[in-house]
Every structure is written in structure tokens, then in C-alpha cells.
Design a binder for this molecule. Structure first.
Ligand code: NAP
Length: 515
């Protein structure tokens, strides 16, 4: 059993009552009473707080924590007062108390807590250790020390992940140990460890009621756990998927894939996988995942800046590369089977071509003059698609050599960005990232380049109407937004992930709600 616990960090009883009510309404499964946030802390105040909590929650288990200021506590209360508070909490019926492992080494504190535990019928001790800077030097040793010191304790080991690759120490510890333990990582890079804590059997994972009330960096809201990350459906057998990129915090992919997994009643979960850095970090992440078959990672979407890295990684591993992806020279989807064998695909091609065909029948693409602005991964897929349809393509790119190379590879023309004003294209496609949130007030195509009869397609989907598409609307031109391509390519990925057709209407509704 994993509890979704909400910290109650109130200065007084009135505030606590409000927070408890909100936590219950949102679906908290456990409450952590952070008594170190209370003003005028005393054992009797905590007894009152527990009585109030029990009145409000009836059967919900409660952890009482009175955190040491040096380990993240809100106020500088003396150690002996904090110990008295925890002893009182046990007497008042708290199911769990949380005390720092380091302070438990102090004989006087230890003796008092052991006595209080012996007198309690159901109370249990969580012995916690935090590292707010980085990974523990040796998390297994630390775990063993705690278990040796007090075998009945629930070890809680929490550390800051500075990179997603730091999370694997936590996963390994959960995998190698049994019984009740609480293990996860703090920080934005540690978010996935909070999400899959339930899959890996941590006794608790913590959530806040809303964005403002988080008590630790990287803490998600209950709503994010339950609605976005399928918390209620998750179990040890859940298969994992995700989007690898940097940044990924604003990616819409987790929302649309998880909505479709839920609709199709599949035991699958899609995660944001923020892999900072370049090829080395990407390879490290993939090797971590593939070396741990028990994590059940079965597929990933790959986005900026790792599309090329993904292709090279699969090649080096001797995996299967779909011929289309090989020709495009970039992949955006990887699958791993239960033995870790990899295959790589590109769904941007189909996603873009379906979006274009919704406004321009395929037959009209033959010999159609097309301007492609950009020469990165998205451009490569779209150039391949439009070449197959027989279009006459000119590539415009900021970096001349890159544009020329792409043009040469697909037998197209090349011109510098400044030549766009002379274009006679009937279809113009922006394949650069210009115009994406938060720099929405830019476009790679001056308004005067948009000419009568032109169809304008912008692959940027955040915002849905980019400055380029706004200019095209003002000139009454036909427009294709990046969202159509995004949904089409995601639907093709869903088919690869599941073998089933995606509910594209649900994908679109989900994206529109989020946008
Ligand atoms: P990429 O491989 O990094 O390529 C980026 C392209 O943008 C390059 O051609 C680059 O030119 C150009 N560029 C970047 N900043 C520029 C600037 N300030 N001025 C002029 N040109 C600039 O990225 P990608 O994978 O192709 O993705 C490009 C965009 O497409 C991203 O916004 C991505 O989110 C979007 N996308 C959308 C979908 C969808 O489904 N709608 C799918 C894939 C990608 P240089 O060669 O000179 O660097």
C-alpha cells in the first residue's frame, strides 16, 4: 500500500482545520501534520491538533512530524521539545511519528521516543534522513544503519536529484528492500520518483493541495497525481512511457497519452522525462532504464534536443530502425520490448502529412512550390513527406550549411532566410521553433512574404495561434496549426505504444483544456 499524503503546514489550529478540509476534499489518503510550522508549539497543542484531525478525518492515518530546522523544519524548536511533541502525538493516537535518524542517535532523545513507542498500541516510528544538496554517498549503507539501529522503524530516505539520472539510486533501493520504507527524490529532476513511488512500493508519496502550498521542491498537487498521472490506477505491473526532452515541463504529451491510456483501460503511465544535457546524459538515461527491466519502460517519445541522439543510440545497440526514420535521419519514438530490444520510428512525417492533407488534397501537392523554413528534425520529416508527394521544395534556413545539406539530401533547392520575400510558394511551412511560448512575439517570416493564395502551416503548437498564423489570418490565408500535426503524430505514437487506435477527439479536447 502506498499512501498519498498531504502535509498540513499550519501556524495555528484554525489554519490547520482549513487545510485539513481542503486536503480531504481533494482526496488525501494520509495527512502529515507538520507541527514544526505551529506557533507557540507545545505537546498539548499537538494533542489538540490530532483530536481535531481525527474528528475531521475519522479513519485517515496521520504522521506527526516536528522537523529539525537543520533538516528543513519551519521553526527553530529545541530537540527535547520536539521529542516531547512526538511522544504526545503517539499518546493522542497518531499512527506514525517522523523523527530524524541523526537526532535519534542522541541517547536521551532515543530513550524518550522508545519509551513512548512502547506505551503506544499502534504508533510507529519513521526515521528520516534528508540530503537537500545531492544524492547520498551510499544510500544502501544508510538504509542498513537505520534498520540496524531500530529494526521496527520505517526508514525515510529523501535526497535532491540534480539530474533525472540521480533518481535511479532511489529506484534501486526500493527494488532491493522490502517492508515499509519511504524513498523518493526532491527537486524538479526528482518528480518521476514521486510519481512512480506507488509502482515501486514506497509507503508514502507526498502531494500538496495546490501549487502554493507545496512544502518541498518538486512536490506535485493531488490533482496532478490523480488526474494527470493516473495515481489510482497505478500498480507494480504498470508499464511506463514518457517524453524525453529538455525542457519537458510544459509538454502536453503526458496529458494526452495518459488520457488515452485511461480511456482504453490500459495499465500504462506516461511520464515527463527531463533529460538535461547532451548525448552522454541521454545514453546514461537509456542505459539506466534498459538495465532495469523491472521498471517496465516500454516506449518513449523523443523531442528536442535528443532526436539525433536517439537514432545513434538505437544504431549502436543494434536495434531496428524503421527505413523511413533512417531516411529522415531523426527519430521521435522508441519502443523497448521486455528483453530491452529497441526499435525506432518517426511519426512526425505522418503527423505533418495528415495535417497538410486536411487543407490541401494530396493530388495538389504534385509540383506545388513549397517554402520550408528551418532545417532541423521537424523540417527533415516534412521535407521527406512533401518530396514523396512530388512537391517542389525550397529550404530556407539561418545556418546555410545545414540548409544546403538537407536540400542536397532530398534534391531540393536552398535559399537564405533573406530570400523569403521573393518566394512564389503556394505552401509555406515554419519548421523553426520561433514563435514558441514564452517568446511568442516573433516569427521567422516577415508579414510581407505572405502572399495571396498561400497556405501557411506552422509546426509550433504552443501557442496554437502563433504570430505567423495571426499574420496569415489577417491576410485571409488558409492556415494549418501545429496542434493538428502534434495530435496526428501523438496518435501514431499511441498506436506504436499500444497497437490500438488513439481517440484523437479526446486528445484534442485534452490539449484544448490545457492550452
Ligand atoms: P531543431 O532540430 O532544433 O531545429 C530548429 C530549427 O529552428 C533549425 O532550423 C534552426 O536553425 C531554427 N531556428 C532556431 N532558432 C532560430 C532563430 N532564432 N532564427 C532562425 N532560425 C532559428 O528543432 P525541431 O525538432 O526541428 O523542432 C522545431 C520546432 O518544431 C519546435 O518548436 C518543435 O516544438 C516543433 N515541433 C512540432 C511538432 C508538432 O507535432 N507540431 C513536431 C516536431 C517539432 P539553425 O539550423 O540555423 O539552427
Amino acid at each position: 500500500m502506498t499512501y498519498l499524503a498531504v502535509p498540513i503546514a499550519a501556524a495555528d489550529l484554525e489554519q490547520a482545520k482549513t487545510q485539513i478540509k481542503a486536503a480531504l476534499q481533494k482526496g488525501a489518503e494520509m495527512l502529515e501534520l507538520r507541527s514544526d510550522y505551529l506557533e507557540n508549539l507545545s505537546p498539548s497543542l499537538v494533542e489538540e491538533l490530532i483530536a481535531e484531525t481525527k474528528r475531521a478525518t475519522r479513519s485517515l492515518p496521520v504522521i506527526v512530524t516536528c522537523r529539525d530546522h537543520r533538516q528543513g523544519g519551519a521553526k527553530q524548536y529545541q530537540c527535547l521539545l520536539r521529542v516531547d511533541v512526538l511522544a504526545a502525538a503517539l499518546k493522542a493516537g497518531a499512527e506514525f511519528i517522523d523523527f530524524e535518524y541523526e537526532n535519534f542517535l542522541d541517547a536521551q532523545s532515543q530513550e524518550k521516543i522508545r519509551r513512548a513507542l512502547a506505551e503506544s498500541t499502534k504508533g510507529r516510528l519513521i526515521l528520516s534522513a534528508h540530503n537537500f544538496e545531492s544524492r547520498f554517498d551510499d544510500i544502501r549503507k544508510l538504509y542498513q544503519h537505520i534498520m540496524t539501529l531500530h529494526p521496527a522503524a520505517i526508514p525515510k530516505l529523501v535526497y535532491k536529484a540534480n539530474h533525472i539520472n540521480d533518481c535511479f539510486d532511489a529506484f534501486d533501493l526500493l527494488r532491493r528492500t522490502g517492508g515499509d520504507r519511504i524513498v523518493f527524490c526532491m527537486g524538479e529532476a526528482g518528480i518521476i520518483s514521486r510519481i512512480i513511488a506507488k509502482k515501486l512500493g514506497s509507503l508514502v508519496t507526498f502531494a500538496s493541495v495546490d501549487d502554493k502550498s507545496a512544502t518541498a521542491e518538486g512536490q506535485l498537487t493531488i490533482e496532478q497525481f490523480k488526474k494527470l498521472y493516473r495515481y489510482d490506477a497505478m500498480n507494480a505491473d504498470t508499464k511506463l512511457y514518457g517524453t524525453i526532452g529538455s525542457p519537458v515541463a510544459h509538454s502536453l504529451s503526458p496529458a494526452i497519452h495518459n488520457a488515452c491510456f485511461a480511456k482504453a483501460k490500459l495499465n500504462k503511465l506516461y511520464l515527463p522525462l527531463h533529460v538535461e544535457g547532451g548525448k552522454a546524459e541521454f545514453e546514461q538515461f537509456m542505459n539506466h532504464v534498459l538495465g532495469r527491466s523491472w521498471l517496465n519502460f516500454r516506449g518513449v517519445s523523443v523531442t528536442i534536443p535528443h532526436k539525433q541522439n536517439a537514432l545513434e543510440f538505437v544504431k549502436a545497440k543494434g536495434g531496428f530502425i524503421e527505413p523511413l526514420a533512417e531516411r529522415i535521419g531523426a527519430v521521435n519514438t522508441l519502443l523497448a520490448d521486455e528483453n530491452g530490444a529497441l526499435s525506432a520510428y518517426n511519426t512526425d512525417y505522418i503527423g505533418a502529412m495528415e495535417a497538410i492533407e486536411s487543407k490541401l488534397p494530396i493530388a495538389e501537392l504534385k509540383d506545388l512550390p513549397v517554402a520550408i523554413v528551418g532545417a532541423g528534425g521537424a523540417a527533415r520529416a516534412i521535407v521527406a513527406g512533401l518530396c514523396d508527394a512530388g512537391a517542389k521544395i525550397t529550404i530556407y534556413n539561418r545556418t546555410i550549411e545545414k540548409g544546403q545539406e538537407l536540400a542536397w539530401q532530398f534534391g531540393c533547392d536552398f535559399a537564405p532566410l533573406t530570400a523569403l520575400q521573393n518566394t512564389n510558394a503556394r505552401l509555406l511551412v515554419n519548421c523553426t521553433s520561433l514563435g514558441t511560448y514564452p517568446d511568442t512575439n516573433v516569427t521567422p517570416v516577415p508579414k510581407k512574404c505572405l502572399k495571396k493564395g498561400m497556405v501557411v502551416f506552422d509546426v509550433v503548437y504552443n501557442p496554437r495561434e502563433t504570430l505567423l498564423l495571426k499574420h496569415a489570418r489577417e491576410k485571409r490565408l488558409k492556415r494549418i496549426d501545429g496542434l493538428s500535426m502534434f495530435i496526428n503524430q501523438a496518435a501514431a505514437q499511441f498506436k506504436l505504444f499500444t497497437g490500438k487506435s488513439a481517440d484523437t477527439k479526446l486528445m484534442r479536447r485534452t490539449v484544448c483544456r490545457k492550452a
